[in-house]
Design a binder for this molecule. Structure first.
Ligand SMILES: Nc1ncnc2c1ncn2[C@@H]1O[C@H](COP(=O)(O)OP(=O)(O)O)[C@@H](O)[C@H]1O
Ligand SMILES: [Mg+2]
Length: 409
């Protein structure tokens, strides 16, 4: 009877890990059609010396550290290669875990990435050999000319992005030079502006994707609006498809993406996040879905013996991209079929229906429990000053109660 152990490599977060532990604890024993029974536990992993051939007890790891720290990253690589441990996400995909690679892949697939130009560093990188290399090979370039060709207003932002660091909207030449001078040692894209009607943020976990209406100018607690059907059916379907396609293409399993929608056309702009925000204070209404999806995908992966993958199969996508007889919509459909094959989507949903019929009710039960209220209060207390505790507690409790009311069984 396999007793599956999931490892959590965590930083400062407490909210979603506790939610994950609580919901996983309610999965119980699963008996599959082949007669095997499966149970699931999780454990928080610690950082310690390891021998490269040490066994790894956890079959699957949800990682929140490796993007920033080498030690956990190198442990994960060893676990993937030596021990076959399944990873959300695999550090082998991090080299391309920035906007720039995602833009390149999406352009190659014919998606509507706004025109984007990478300019060299403003300030020389800190390397003793740079002066020589730069003098010999660095081409002078005319920033104004590039900007004029691209057209104002535009965005200047780091090629690897994240959390609005170094992002500016450039309206004219003065903005352009000021932003470039300030970019220092950050490597910058210039990107054409999309004048959008809707900002869609999609969180994906395995084959599950939630497209949420995002309000980037609002304070953190109000960025995700609870809004169903804010996109047309076509744009909504496309947003889901693009998210799943890019994730499958790079082997990302837990990622959030941003798309701007104008005239019912979907423009992807921010597409790689090794450590997507799943805080209850950001996701609120969507938090129970997110943690359930993490549990569902982990449990499915372990119980069905799904194998992790470190190689990419880009050629299959490019063959579709290069087929001139296919329209944009037909290509999206064909890429999506590859992505669904990668994530085993159809089997996943059927498997969940057969083997986790009780999970939704358990999640509902937990989200309406005192334990959830305690977790929410602790999270609010750790994030907001004392005089705002009651206000934000009421805000988030109202939204999670709304989820509970909408998802009664
Ligand atoms: N091409 C664009 N057109 C319109 N708005 C943009 C564009 N690029 C970025 N933005 C705005 O700037 C914000 C930050 O850019 P983004 O690429 O998401 O960087 P980050 O990785 O820091 O989140 C976006 O959320 C959006 O509001
Ligand atoms: Mg962004």
């Amino acid at each position: 009877m396999p007793d599956h152990l999931i490892g959590l490599l965590l930083g400062a977060e407490e909210d979603w890990p506790q939610a994950f532990e609580a919901i996983l604890g309610r999965v119980g024993k699963i008996q599959l059609a082949d007669g095997s029974t499966h149970t699931f536990r999780s454990e928080r992993l610690t950082i310690e010396p390891f021998d490269l051939v040490d066994p790894v007890r956890t079959e699957l790891v949800i990682d929140r550290l490796a993007y920033w720290y080498y030690h956990p990253r190198e442990w994960l690589k060893k676990a993937a290669l030596v021990n076959g441990t399944y990873l959300l996400n695999s550090p082998f995909t991090f080299q391309s875990m920035e906007k720039h690679s995602a833009y390149c892949a999406m352009l190659r697939l014919g998606l509507k990435v706004p025109r984007t130009i990478l300019v060299p560093y403003k300030n020389p990188v800190d390397n003793v050999r740079w002066a020589y290399t730069s003098q010999k090979y660095n081409q002078p370039f005319d920033l104004d000319k590039i900007a004029e060709e691209l057209g104002y207003p535009m965005y200047m932002k780091p090629f690897d992005g994240g959390g609005w660091r170094g992002v500016s909207r450039i309206n004219n030449r003065d903005d352009l030079h000021q932003a470039y001078d300030e970019s220092g040692e950050m490597l910058m894209h210039l990107q054409a502006t999309v004048e959008y009607e809707h900002f869609a943020r999609a969180l994906s976990i395995g084959p599950e994707t939630m497209v949420m209406k995002f309000q980037p100018d609002e304070p953190m607690h109000n960025r995700y609006a609870v809004s169903h059907g804010f996109l047309s059916e076509k744009a909504g379907g496309e947003a889901v498809a693009i998210s799943r396609i890019v994730n499958a293409f790079f082997g990302w399993e837990f990622n959030s993406c941003e798309m701007l929608v104008a005239d019912d056309e979907v423009y992807p702009i921010d597409y790689a996040n090794a450590c997507p925000d799943v805080a209850v204070t950001s996701l609120h209404y969507y938090f129970p879905w997110a943690i359930s999806a993490l549990v569902r995908w982990s449990v499915f992966t372990l119980a069905t013996g799904r194998k992790g993958r470190v190689d990419l199969h880009t050629r299959r996508y490019f063959e579709i991209a290069d087929d001139d007889s296919l329209s944009y919509d037909a290509k999206i459909t064909a890429y999506l079929a590859l992505a669904d094959e990668h994530f085993d989507s159809a089997r996943y949903w059927q498997w969940c229906a057969e083997n986790l019929p009780h999970l939704d009710e358990q999640v509902h039960d937990w989200v309406t429990s005192k334990d959830f209220e305690r977790l929410l209060r602790e999270t609010v207390v750790s994030m907001y000053p004392a005089h705002e505790h009651d206000q934000f507690m009421a805000h988030f409790k109202g939204l999670t109660d709304l989820w509970a009311a909408d998802n009664k069984h």
